[in-house]
Write a protein that binds this ligand. Structure first.
Ligand code: FMN
Length: 318
């Protein structure tokens, strides 16, 4: 059911992908998503080479199904990261924040598949020209780093699927069967989720972080970092208020970098500090009402998607 080209390309049961999530998308979550029939992508952005090898090794112990690793190309050692991932059992590399031209051929020559993350049509076309196997197209409602163009998933996906033949994976603002069917209707061949999979038993985030998602409403995220690290969507808290105020007052990038620093993610993910830590999260977090297992999320999504399609059918015969 719901078998698309994405299932064939990545050898998976459902076209449902766990987006790479820095700090929180580690071996437990990656293996759980792949084992449940989706494709787990590890968030390797904050990992050392040794950690990538170790985490991939743990995934391979937990599942024989395909999995991948997300590698932000802004990391100066991104080639070493790719080498570590492909040597350690990953069959998919999802590249982001950089040129898709750089490593696509090299990765494919090793028998692995490439997804490149984009946020506008121009970069999807560049990715197609680079020969990637699929593009993950991410709208502005997504958690974590967003595109500067501020295009939402609803507007981005149909424009992008009309512009390129490369299979498109829709990301941003999807958390259930309704969003899944909507993405397919817009021409996507699969979906990628971050926020929904963050509120799982298997995600490596402090329970306070997961509970903050369950408690949040539709209007509880904001975007900071436009003048420094790039637009980044998180749950609004004391930290984001502080950054927003500083940005409004024209604070220098150095002062902002100090506020944003890497330690802020550790404060949220490890210490569970939801006031002063950085809680990357998408707008769809308001629809997440329960912490579930990755398998429950995928099973529920498929069952709901089927019901949504059945509920739409009578509309054509009327
Ligand atoms: C906590 C968190 C961390 C993320 N880290 C990364 C990352 O390291 N690399 C990346 O390409 N995308 C990252 N993303 C984006 C996700 O891979 C995914 O595309 C996005 O979450 C989809 O939108 P959604 O949050 O509405 O589901 C992150 C998202 C979240 C919520």
């Amino acid at each position: 059911m719901f078998k698309t080209e994405i299932c064939d390309i990545f050898n998976i049961q459902y076209p449902i992908i766990l987006g790479g999530m820095i700090w929180v998308g580690k071996s437990d979550l990656v293996a759980a998503v792949s084992e449940a029939g989706g494709l787990g992508l590890m968030g390797a952005g904050g990992m050392t080479i040794e950690e990538i090898e170790a985490e991939c090794g743990k995934v391979a112990e937990k599942t024989k199904k395909p999995f991948g690793v997300n590698i932000p190309l802004v990391r100066p050692d991104s080639e070493d990261m790719i080498n570590a991932a492909t040597k350690s059992g990953a069959s998919v590399i999802a590249t982001s924040s950089g040129s898709p031209m750089k490593f696509t051929r090299m990765i494919q020559d090793r028998g692995c598949r490439v997804i490149h993350v984009v946020a506008n049509v121009k970069f999807a076309q560049k990715s197609r020209d680079a020969g990637v196997d699929a593009v993950a197209a991410e709208g502005y409602e997504a958690g974590g780093h967003n595109g500067h163009d501020e295009i939402t998933t609803m507007a981005l996906i149909p424009q992008l699927t009309s512009a390129v033949n490369t299979p498109v994976i829709a990301a941003g603002g999807i958390a259930d069967g309704r969003g899944f069917v909507a993405a397919l209707a817009l021409g996507a061949k699969g979906i990628q989720m971050g926020t929904r999979f963050l509120a799982t038993h298997e995600a490596s985030a402090h329970p306070n972080y997961k509970e903050a998602i369950v408690r949040m409403t539709d209007v509880d995220t904001c975007v900071t970092g436009r003048t420094t690290v790039g637009p980044t969507r998180s749950i609004r808290n004391r930290l984001t208020d502080m950054i927003v105020n500083a940005e409004r007052e024209g604070a220098k990038p150095e002062a902002l970098f100090e506020m944003i620093g890497e330690g802020r993610s550790a404060m949220a993910c490890i210490d569970g500090d939801c006031d002063e830590g950085s809680l990357y999260c998408g707008q769809i977090g308001g629809a997440v009402k329960k912490i579930k297992s990755a398998r429950e999320i995928i099973d529920d999504m498929i069952a709901e998607a089927k019901m949504v399609i059945e509920s739409l059918n009578p509309l054509i015969s009327k």
